[in-house]
Ligand binder design. Structure first.
Ligand code: UDP
Length: 310
């Protein structure tokens, strides 16, 4: 992989991927419309002559000069609060954006890597979720704009693979946290950290018994990198199989920030999945990947980022 284009390159995951591939000696083009991404995430890369940034919306025709070895489509609003705020851009970037990014990869003879999501499993009726599970998604609910866009993106990616023989990779990304998350993206980890650091009430939705499995961003990047270097197409679950209740997550944040904030219980959002945990047998067997960073180590690094940028 020598020259890589990353959509959503100024976002949380995209910026970590830019950094990773630059460190490996690749040239990287980050494309972002800065709807939820931020230039501060890539400011430290701008001086590198192998890095360039294009402000563009990938739902429109996208072309760059020269050869590309890989197109990684990571652009999308990705938190429930963000996709509730921008439902149509979310549908467009998952559908039209995937189409444009696939078209670019096809034109360049490049590999295509799709950031899919555990949300394709919706509110799952099996736990943990293997890749063979088809999911339980409400297409017309508030989360449907993200879930269905990503399901369509997977379908389109496989259609390009089957019709055009393109090399494609699909990663189903489970809840990921780490430095460069936006403090106001509404997700549990940034909400809990900012609330705990400010001594404000920590908002647990529902009774806090719902579960999530949290992956530190460096593990995620490693999983994606192994996937694109592997022979398999996927979809592959990339996530940490340690399942925690939201109550446990909130209490751990309180403990590690040494916060005296109270926990307050708020209404559970519509269609909020009750459980989520990846079955990572495929990633373990086919990629030799498993997460390395426990929550107790990743969380302090995330807290340090929020302290530094507050
Ligand atoms: N959540 C919470 N308090 C918050 C934000 C989120 O209890 O301030 C809950 C939310 O209802 C969900 C879980 O945390 O059950 C994870 O939510 P997040 O928005 O991080 O991502 P999701 O996994 O739902 O996409």
């Amino acid at each position: 992989m020598k020259r890589i284009l990353i959509t959503g390159g100024a976002g949380f995951l995209g910026s970590h991927l830019c950094e990773h591939y630059l460190a490996k000696g690749c040239s990287v083009i980050a494309v972002d419309n800065l709807l939820t991404g931020d230039l501060s995430n890539i400011a430290h890369l701008m001086a590198d002559s192998r890095f360039s940034f294009i402000k563009a919306d990938v739902t429109n025709y996208l072309h760059v000069a020269g050869k590309l070895d890989m197109v990684m489509h990571f652009a999308s609003p990705a938190s429930p609060v963000d996709y509730a705020r921008w439902p149509i851009p979310t549908l467009k970037v998952g559908a039209l954006g995937t189409h444009k990014a696939l078209g670019l990869a096809k034109d360049k003879g490049a590999m295509f890597a799709l950031a899919s999501t555990s949300e394709v499993y919706g509110d799952p009726e099996v736990n943990p979720q293997p890749e063979t599970y088809w999911g339980n998604v409400n297409p017309i609910g508030p989360r449907g704009v993200y879930d269905e866009a990503k399901r369509f993106a997977e379908a389109l990616t496989m259609a390009y693979h089957r019709s055009h023989g393109m090399p494609v990779k699909i990663a189903r990304i489970f809840n990921t946290y780490g430095p460069r998350m936006r403090r106001d993206d509404g997700r549990a980890v940034p909400n809990f950290i900012t609330q705990a650091l400010a001594g404000k009430p920590v908002t647990v939705y529902g009774d806090g018994t719902q579960t999530r499995s949290l992956t530190f961003v460096s593990d995620l990047v490693d999983g994606i990198d192994r996937l694109v270097r592997s022979k398999i197409t996927g979809p592959v679950n990339i996530g940490n199989p340690r399942e925690m209740t939201l109550l446990e997550i909130a209490q751990t944040v309180k403990k590690l920030t040494r916060s005296r904030s109270k926990l307050v219980f708020k209404k559970l959002p519509v269609d909020d999945p009750k459980v989520r945990r990846p079955d990572i047998s495929l990633a373990e067997n086919a990629l030799g990947w498993s997460p390395k960073v426990p929550f107790e180590q990743g969380l302090p690094r995330t807290i340090a980022f929020f302290r530094k940028t507050s």
